[in-house]
Design a protein around this ligand. Sequence first.
Ligand SMILES: [Zn+2]
Length: 456
Amino acid sequence: MKIKIFLAICACKASVFFLRLMGRGGTAIPGKIALKICPELLGHLGKNVRTIIITGTNGKTTSARMAEEIFAQSGLSYFSNRSGANLINGITAEFAGHAGLLGKPKKSFALIEADEAASKEVCRFLNPEVVLVTNVFRDQLDRYGEVTNTLESILAGVKNSPEALVCLNADCSLTVSIAEKIPNKVIFYGVSLPIYEEKVEEVSDAPFCIRCKHEYEYSYHTFGHLGGFFCSQCGYKRPAPDIAVTEILNRGENETSVMMDMFGSPEELSISIPGGYNIYNAAGALAISEAMGLDRDTAKKAIADFSWGFGRMEQFDMGKTKARMILVKNTAGCNQVINYLGNLRERSVFVFCLNDHIADGTDISWIWDVNFEKLCDLGEMLESVYVSGIRSADMAVRLKYAGIDGEKLRIFEDYGELISAMGSQELPVVIIPTYTAMMALREKMSAAFGGKQFWE
Ligand SMILES: [Zn+2]
């Protein structure tokens, strides 16, 4: 057995190395090779690592990154699957990458984002200490079928985690139903009031009681089917959360501050990224922290310091590939995005969309202060750069001055053409739009590729 483990880890590390040499990132293939050699590898590698699993339809990545900030500030020795490879192959490769050749772990904790459908197997091998389920929404129907299938997959994962403390979103009627089917200790977290003043009209993914099929009533809504649900027929209802957002103090352009009740103690929390969905992500990250018994003030500070202040990181499924959208507004924010792009480990396509409406800022001279030169360091990792938007010509000039190879640069006058060019890509796409460009693109992309994944 030891020989098998050794060979599998060697093969995994070697294939990661060779893929990088060829200018390709990714951990799926190395993980697949390793599991071919030793199908139980993940179980062996996870044995002496205390693992935290994050799953659910929306908000996995942001919740994981916030939890990671808490881990870092708490001084834990940990690793995570930051690359977003959240299926069993990629997760196995992460564990192999953080182990010696004989399988001895180099870190004490693993913070793992797991795909809903993969969570069953991942949990079975890793026997996690904490599992966070963010929510269950209808998503990628072709892959999972009905929303109840997604719920079943997640439930199977939780059932394979007999020792885990399970953190569940109290506002999601589907997620809450997991609590009734497991013996584990549960921490519920939720938002106890509407996040927006006006009710957001959305189609509910779960209008009917999961127990008796009677239509739910709501005392308030936050997003989609999330909120104060109750069934007047059988009495199934939102449980009182252990960690609850009780008041929204300030909803700023770059941050949100809220009052929380954490196990009976009132706490003020500042969340360093905007967007109502990030309130849930922050509460989920805090639930993990509480489940692990980490220092609460350190955790709150980590959420306040969380450094994705620049944008929303929305993720879109575009058929053959995924696109991430990161809003930019100014030099400082754009420089943070450039830093992020400069650290990508996968060969990618970047799309800059520059508009100059009032909401974008009519003066676009700030692009000359952004360190686009740094993108040249990416070399072959940068497949091409598309530019679009009202001021695409200015943007193209700026990138040429930065030293971007003219052959890699393409200008799209029309969003339709841009979207079909992105849609035919197989490499990951990162879109960096200004505000009005983001709004226009998001709408057109939702129309072209269906669904919106606004939480990531
Ligand atoms: Zn009912």
